[in-house]
Write a protein that binds this ligand. Structure first.
Ligand code: 5GP
Length: 114
């Protein structure tokens, strides 16, 4: 039985995922239970659990991947805007203990959002 999280198993290629973008230190892939078409997750490849745990250079890498991927995701599903967020801790709804940034495409009048 593996004690790796589901995201580590995706990063290691042991569980399939729809990869959107990859860098040396980060991975972006489609969410398996999307809140909207194109819902994408960005993760550091190293398994840090919380935002506070991330070394600053890796934090910059993660945000740069978010910055790069967001317009491509939005355009791919013809969305009007994007909500970007982190559930930082279980009480905030973090289910997978490997930091991840949600990129959720938004559509006019969809009524969602934080
Ligand atoms: P959290 O609630 O931790 O902020 O978000 C976890 C996200 O991971 C959820 O949106 C959920 O749909 C997604 N997720 C859970 N398991 C898998 C999986 O096996 N593959 C993919 N691609 N996404 C997953």
């Amino acid at each position: 039985m593996s004690d790796r999280t589901i995201f580590e198993q995706i990063i290691d290629g042991d569980i399939p995922a729809r990869i959107v973008h990859e860098t040396e230190t980060t991975l972006a892939f489609l969410d398996a239970n999307p809140l909207a078409p194109g819902h994408t997750l960005v993760v550091p490849k190293e398994p840090y659990e919380r935002l506070r745990d991330l070394p600053p250079e890796l934090s910059a890498d993660v945000f740069e991947t978010v910055r790069t991927v967001t317009p491509a995701v939005q355009d791919a599903v013809d969305a009007d805007a994007t909500t970007i967020g982190i559930n930082d801790g279980p009480e905030a709804g973090q289910e997978v203990p490997h930091l991840h940034v949600h990129i959720v495409p938004r559509f006019e009048g969809d009524g969602g959002g934080p």
